[in-house]
Design a protein around this ligand. Structure first.
Ligand SMILES: Cc1cc2nc3c(=O)[nH]c(=O)nc-3n(C[C@H](O)[C@H](O)[C@H](O)COP(=O)(O)OP(=O)(O)OC[C@H]3O[C@@H](n4cnc5c(N)ncnc54)[C@H](O)[C@@H]3O)c2cc1C
Length: 324
C-alpha cells in the first residue's frame, strides 16, 4: 500500500530534529563509540517520508533504535542516523491486532499487550530494544521470537515510499531477517552478520508492524513478565553497560558455555571485560573504547576457535570507521 503523495516538500517543512556530530555513546547501550556525522529524529512517519525524499541517493543512512545491539567504531559513522526511538511511537489496537511503530520499546509493547488482555508478548519486556531493532534482528528469548508474532510489516524505502509487506516476503531465522529477493532490497544490514565498515547503504527500513497475540489473563501475563525479568536479573550483568549476547549460539550449542569452558570469563582489554556473570556478555567496566570491545570480541572468537574448532559469529552489529 503506497501512501498518498504529499504536496510540496521543502527543508523548512521538516518537523523532526537534526543534530550534527552526535556521540553514539549516548545512543548505544555499550555507552562507547564514535560520533554520527548527522542524526535525524523524525517527528512522525510523514516527516520521515519527507526527510527521505530530500536525501541524495548516495547518502549513507542507518536506522538506530535503542542501540542495544550496536557497536559504533571510534572513528564514527559517515552519513545520517535515523533515530527511531522517541520518534515513531504509535501504538494502538487495530481490530484484533496490535499496530506498533518502529520506535516503540519492547517493554512498552509487552505492557500494552497485557493491558489489552493479550498473552505471548511477555518476552518483549526484557529485550531493551525498539520494535524496529527487534524486527531487524528477529530478537527473541525463552523460546519466543519477534517474527512469530508478526502479521505484516510496514516499511519505508529510502525514496520515502511507504509499503506493507507480508511475512512471506522475508527469510526469517535465528537472529536473521532478509528480504527474499535478488539482494537489491535490504532492511538495515540484515543479511550481513558483521558489517566491517559503514559503506553499506540501507534501502528499506522497518517503520511499523501488526502483531498478533492470543487472548490471555492480564494478571497471569503480568506475573509472567515479572518472572522473566527476575530470571534476567539473576543471570545477566545488568548493572554495567552491555549489548546483551555478543556472539550467536552455534547450532546445538551455547556461545556462553563455550566461552566459559575456554576460561575467558573476566578477560579484559582496556575498559572492556568478558562478564564474570554471563560469559557471552561483554561489559563496559569503565571508559571502554569501541576498539577495546571489538578487540575483545575478536580475542574471544579466536580463543574459542583455537580450543574447540567452533567459529562463533557476531550477533551484535558493528558499524563505522576504525580510525578516529
Ligand atoms: C541487557 C540486554 C539484554 C538483551 N537481551 C536480548 C534477548 O534476550 N534477545 C535478543 O534477541 N536480543 C537481546 N538483546 C539485544 C538487543 O536488545 C536486540 O537485538 C534488540 O532487538 C535491538 O533493538 P534496538 O532497537 O536497540 O536496535 P539497535 O541496536 O538500534 O539496532 C540493531 C540493528 O537493527 C537495525 N535497525 C534498528 N532499527 C531498525 C529499523 N527500524 N529498520 C531497519 N533496521 C533497523 C540497526 O541498523 C542495527 O543493524 C539484549 C541487549 C541487552 C543490552
Amino acid at each position: 500500500m503506497n501512501m498518498s503523495e504529499p504536496a510540496q516538500f521543502t527543508t523548512e517543512s521538516l518537523r523532526g530534529e537534526m543534530r550534527y556530530d552526535v556521540p553514539m555513546s549516548r545512543h548505544t547501550s555499550w555507552r562507547a563509540g564514535g560520533a554520527a556525522q548527522r542524526m535525524y529524529r523524525p517527528a512522525d512517519l510523514a516527516d520521515l517520508q519527507n526527510f527521505l525524499r530530500q536525501q541524495p541517493a548516495d547518502e549513507p543512512l542507518i536506522a538506530v533504535g535503542l542501540g542495544s545491539n550496536l557497536l559504533v567504531r571510534d572513528g564514527g559513522l559517515r552519513g545520517t542516523v535515523l533515530l527511531m526511538h522517541g520518534a515513531l511511537s504509535g501504538l494502538r489496537m487495530d481490530g484484533d491486532a496490535i499496530y506498533a511503530q518502529a520506535g516503540v520499546p519492547g517493554a512498552k509493547l509487552a505492557r500494552f499487550a497485557a493491558a489489552n488482555n493479550l498473552c505471548g508478548a511477555e518476552f518483549f519486556a526484557g529485550i531493551p530494544g525498539t520494535l524496529g531493532g527487534m524486527l531487524a534482528m528477529n530478537a527473541g528469548c525463552y523460546g519466543s521470537e519477534t517474527w512469530q508474532k508478526v502479521e505484516r510489516v510496514q516499511v519505508m524505502n529510502r525514496s520515502g515510499e511507504l509499503l506493507e509487506r507480508s511475512v512471506q516476503e522475508y527469510e526469517v531465522g535465528y537472529r536473521h531477517v532478509a528480504k527474499r529477493e535478488t539482494g537489491k532490497v535490504k532492511c538495515g544490514e540484515n543479511d550481513l552478520p558483521h558489517v566491517s565498515s559503514f559503506t553499506f547503504h540501507a534501502e528499506e527500513f522497518f517503520v511499523g508492524a501488526w502483531l498478533r497475540f492470543a487472548p490471555g489473563d492480564v494478571e497471569a501475563v503480568r506475573k509472567e513478565i515479572k518472572a522473566l525479568m527476575d530470571k534476567r536479573g539473576a543471570s545477566q550483568p545488568l548493572q554495567l553497560p552491555n549489548a546483551g549476547s555478543v556472539l550467536r549460539n552455534p547450532p546445538g550449542n551455547h556461545a556462553a558455555k563455550l566461552i566459559e569452558s575456554c576460561g575467558l570469563k573476566g578477560n579484559r582489554i582496556g575498559g572492556a571485560q568478558v562478564s564474570e556473570k554471563h560469559a557471552n556478555f561483554i561489559v563496559n567496566a569503565g571508559d571502554a573504547t569501541a576498539a577495546n570491545i571489538e578487540n575483545l570480541i575478536e580475542e574471544v572468537q579466536a580463543a574459542v576457535l583455537h580450543k574447540t574448532g567452533i567459529a562463533l559469529q557476531c550477533e551484535v552489529r558493528i558499524v563505522g570507521e576504525k580510525n578516529v
